[in-house]
Design a protein around this ligand. Sequence first.
Ligand code: FES
Length: 168
Amino acid sequence: MSDKKDMSRRDFLLYAIGGWAAVGAGATLYAMYKTWEPLPEVKAAGVVEFDLSLVKPGEIRVIEWRRKPVFILRRTPEMKAGCPKRTVRTSLGDFTIVIGICTHLGCIPNWESDKNIWHCPCHGGEYDACGRNIFGPPPRPLEIPPFKLNGNIIVLGEEGPEYKAMIG
Ligand code: FES
C-alpha cells in the first residue's frame, strides 16, 4: 500500500516536473522567436517612399534606404542615356535610380555634372548616367534597388512591375 502511495506521489512529481519543463521550454522558444522577429519599426524601415517631383531635371538626390545611399537622378535629354533597361519612366520624364555604392570595393561615387558621370574617389572608377560602369576597376553597373511606382512616388523596398521588367 505504501509502495503504491510512493509510486503515485513519485509519478505525480515526475509529471509535474515534466510539465513545468515543457512550459519553460515553450516560453523560451517563444522568447527566442520574439527576439528573431524584426520589430515593427525595423520592418517599416525596409520601405522608403520618395516624391520624384521634388527632383529638378539634371538634379540628383541621395536618399537613405536600408542604410545605403540611393542616387536618384532626373535625366535631361542632353544626357542621351540610351539604357531602357536601366530607366525609370514617369510622367515627369526619365530617372536613373541606383544604389550609390561602387561595385569595386564599396566607396560612394560622386556625381560630376559637367561630365554626366559618377566618379569613384577610391580607384577612379566611372559610371555613366545610367549607372553603367564605363571606366576603371568596377566590375558591374551600380545596382538597381527593388522599387515600385505609385504615380510619381517611388517606393524603395518593394518589387513593382517596372522593376521586374528592368531586371528580367
Ligand atoms: S571602390 Fe570604386 S573604384 Fe574602387
